[in-house]
Design a protein around this ligand. Structure first.
Ligand code: AMP
Length: 154
């Protein structure tokens, strides 16, 4: 009985409390030099980070492989080219994102193929990210709690 109630609640659940807020997310801007983006990626240790415009709207993602690919010569990586491009020249514009008002299951489904999702509001303003890790941590806690309840006293 208790278990069914929990399942129902999960279908009703939003994602707000699982979001890593924008002020804690490493990001770059469209016109930042590639060298700056490379520094942020290396220093933060993240494989991919959001790209925002001057109004804080989500525009894409940038990653080390994308940057390295853009400066790849025939025989070597041409690091001197890092100064010739800006982030918007090489970023990926087709990226997974989710509205902050979407439900938990939509996020879970998108997270199957993406290590993290960018979260936006209705105006496409960047609100933060939702990582697969956070979602799995929540699912793990939820499953433990509901199975405890199902064997516990009613
Ligand atoms: P994690 O679940 O912490 O392994 O994060 C998965 C991916 O989400 C990382 O590789 C980054 O691409 C992105 N990510 C997580 N936390 C942050 C953050 N604070 N700032 C920027 N990107 C992040």
């Amino acid at each position: 009985m208790g278990k069914k109630l929990e399942t129902y609640n999960l279908y009703e659940k939003g994602i707000e409390d699982l979001i890593i807020s924008a002020d804690k997310v490493a990001h770059v801007q469209l016109n930042n030099p590639l060298e700056h983006a490379m520094l942020i990626l290396i220093k933060s240790g993240y494989s991919s980070i959001p790209v925002l415009d001057s109004e804080f709207k989500l525009q894409g993602l940038i990653s080390q492989p994308l940057i390295l690919d853009s400066i790849l010569g025939i025989e070597r990586i041409e690091f001197e080219k890092l100064g010739q491009y800006v982030v918007k020249d090489v970023m990926n514009r087709e990226i997974p994102f989710i509205n902050e008002n979407e439900g938990f299951f939509k996020a879970l489904k998108l997270a199957i193929d993406n290590p993290f999702l960018c979260v936006v509001d209705d105006a496409h303003t960047f609100k933060g990210i939702l990582t697969r890790r956070t979602l799995l941590k929540f699912v793990n806690r939820y499953l433990h709690e509901t199975s405890k309840e199902s064997v516990g006293p009613s």
